[in-house]
Design a protein around this ligand. Structure first.
Ligand code: NAP
Length: 255
């Protein structure tokens, strides 16, 4: 992996757990000064301490990406930003369309789509000013195909995919590229737990019998690889699934 110039800043949203935390560690190791954001301040501060203790550079900034005023305030801290990883997001519920909770649908749209929109809009001037900016959008294979019980999440991730595609069209000619990373099944500590409101049994069923779901590090590795390509190389879309998953609904389980 090519080392990043020491001055390059990488902002990672949702860095308090899972894929975001793993991405922050890997980008810091690649030479970026990472800025960790999430709502849980204690967790991102602990991670920043860990990264700095390993001889890399990190800072923590507590931020709710759905709070536009707070996001705008955050953005004033930066003249230039090299990389923005829009990772914060997730799923709520797995009910069919016929009985899904509209409030959960609204929240998923608010976090995954409007949150990504907020941070991207606020940091686009600093990404452009860097002369070589990269916006990463963590969508999902749920952004490319549906599955039963996935409706609200699938709709939000499709919208995130559209955000990435549209932005790439609109800013072509500026020194900013847009990369979408779309993972399939990733076993992280909190994703399924959050989806099922803390129900550990339901969360465990998501990964039941799957020999090797992707890990947060696997996905962080694909993100780090994509952002460390030479500036003229734009990985438009990177779909990554575990070998045991052939599609959103075709998963090999050894039960
Ligand atoms: N795990 C999977 O199977 C999978 C597959 C494909 C795509 N993805 C996507 O990958 C991303 C990360 O997933 P993950 O598995 O790492 O999940 P996770 O461990 O639940 O992480 C979600 C992160 O988002 C942050 N977040 C949530 N709402 C936020 C808000 N309003 N403002 C700021 N931060 C917020 C959380 O931090 P705080 O709670 O501290 O704010 C947390 O750091 C998500 O966008 C998810 O949809 C996951």
């Amino acid at each position: 992996m090519a080392p990043a110039p020491a001055s390059r800043i990488a902002v990672v949203t949702g860095a308090s757990s899972g894929i975001g935390a793993a991405t922050a560690r890997q980008l810091a190791a690649a030479g970026y000064r990472v800025v960790l954001t999430a709502r849980r301040k204690d967790r991102i501060e602990a991670l920043a301490e860990e990264i700095n203790g390993a001889g890399h550079q990190a800072a923590a900034y507590a931020l709710d990406i759905t709070d536009r005023a707070a996001v705008d305030e955050f953005a004033t801290a930066f003249k230039t930003v090299g990389v923005l990883v829009n990772n914060a997001g997730g799923a709520l519920g797995a009910d069919p369309v016929a009985s899904g909770d509209p409030e959960q649908w609204r929240q998923m749209y608010e976090t995954n789509v409007i949150g990504t929109l907020n941070v991207t809009q606020a940091l686009l001037p600093a990404l452009t000013a860097s002369g070589d900016g990269t916006v990463v959008v963590l969508s999902s294979t749920a952004g490319h195909g549906t599955y039963e019980g996935g409706g609200g999440y699938v709709a939000a991730k499709h919208a995130e995919h559209v955000l990435a595609e549209t932005l790439r069209l609109e800013i072509v000619g500026t020194p900013v590229r847009v990369i979408e990373v779309a993972p399939g099944m990733v076993k992280t500590d909190e994703f399924a737990l959050t989806r099922f409101g803390g129900d550990e049994e339901k969360a465990a069923k998501v990964y039941a019998g799957v020999a090797e779901p992707l890990t947060a590090d696997d996905v962080a590795d694909t993100i780090s690889w994509a952002v460390t390509r030479p500036p003229h190389v734009n990985i438009d879309l990177l779909v990554v699934r575990p070998r045991a998953q052939a599609s959103n609904s075709k998963v090999h389980r050894e039960l």
